[in-house]
Ligand binder design. Structure first.
Ligand code: NAP
Length: 309
């Protein structure tokens, strides 16, 4: 029997693990299919306090993991396939095996949103990608025109990173101003290689006949004019959706699948707590996820203490 099982191994999960491990609760972290979470797909993290020069996303996650393990946190590579929060102790099915827990901290984070346009799915890994840091340096993108879709911090970060490799980087955004923070927007506007294409959406990714990305079909939302823009890569950075599918019917969520918090990190099920991007569509920062992980750990510790009184 586990006192604490933490589902997810991003900033929220490892911070919850650090705190519960230091409270001698021997947490088990189920790392899932993307150990380290979304931060491992980013480049330099400049806004995590304590790292004035910035820190590589993967390195930050490795450090968090090492810090939690130093105090006895355990980890497993398992993927949680289902949960039963209607029973107590709670039951989780992890790669076909049953895992029982007195408390659960959900820290499953979020995944990249898809455009859902023709060509996107079939050309994934053939020029369509959701991570410039992971794929930008590939030979197929070198000295070629590249397209980034989106207008937030992620899209700006992707575009700036891709200026190292692409001949031109077209930033396609559906409005005429960026959603990104001012500092990121200013960097994008100042970069000669980045060419914004405003008020426009990608309606198709070409070309399935070549089994590779050769361009995108663009539609201007103000004029309805369509055109084809040649490119070798499409980097989609239009936000995220919470990874909460396995909790449907088990804990209360909003219409978009974000898990609702009652007070602190408590969910609708006593003993089940939540932290990070799977419950937060407002702040969505590494540091806020870490803070929520800390809160969930403290709440889980207090829940266990109250039960044992
Ligand atoms: P975001 O802020 O939600 O931005 C998503 C962008 O994609 C928006 O510009 C949105 O357009 C556009 N979009 C959404 N759906 C679309 C669709 N179907 N077709 C075309 N465009 C679409 O997401 P994010 O950029 O991933 O950032 C998420 C959070 O992480 C934010 O809080 C951000 O500050 C943070 N973040 C920070 C950094 C950093 O500080 N270095 C880096 C990355 C992310 P509209 O603007 O019209 O809605």
């Amino acid at each position: 029997m586990n006192k604490v099982v933490i589902i997810g191994s991003g900033c929220a999960g490892w911070t919850a693990a650090l705190y519960t491990a230091r409270a001698n609760l021997e947490p088990l972290v189920l790392m899932g299919c993307q150990p380290g979470g979304l931060l491992t797909t980013t480049s330099i993290v400049e806004n995590f306090p304590g790292f004035p020069e910035g820190i590589d996303g993967c390195e930050l996650m490795t450090r968090m993991q090492n810090q939690a393990k130093r105090f006895g946190a355990m980890s497993g590579f398992g993927t949680v396939e289902g949960v039963n929060f209607k029973k107590y102790p709670f039951e989780l099915t992890v790669d076909g095996e049953l895992v029982r827990a007195e408390t659960v901290i959900i820290a499953t984070g979020a995944s990249h949103k898809h455009l859902s346009v023709p060509g996107e799915e079939k050309l994934e890994t053939k020029g369509v990608t959701y991570c410039a840091t992971c794929d930008g340096a590939l030979p197929i993108f070198r000295n070629k025109p590249l397209v980034v879709v989106g207008g937030g911090d992620s899209a700006c970060e992707e575009a700036l990173y891709l200026t190292r490799f692409g001949s031109e980087v077209f930033l396609v955004h559906r409005r005429d101003s960026l959603r990104a923070s001012r500092i990121m927007a200013e960097r994008v506007h100042a970069h000669k290689t980045i060419k914004p294409i405003w008020d426009s959406v990608v309606t198709e990714i070409l070309d399935l006949r070549h089994d590779a990305v050769t361009g995108v079909r663009l539609k201007n939302l103000k004029t309805n004019a369509e055109r084809i823009l040649e490119c070798a890569g499409v980097f989609i950075a239009i936000g995220h959706m919470p990874n909460t599918g396995i909790f449907k019917g088990q804990v209360e969520m909003d219409d978009n699948g974000f898990i609702l918090r009652k007070h602190g990190s408590a969910t609708s099920v006593p003993g089940v707590f939540v932290a990070g991007d799977c419950s937060d569509h407002v702040y969505r920062q590494a540091i806020t996820a870490a803070g929520m992980g800390c809160a969930a750990a403290i709440d889980a510790e207090r829940f266990l203490a109250a039960r044992n009184e």
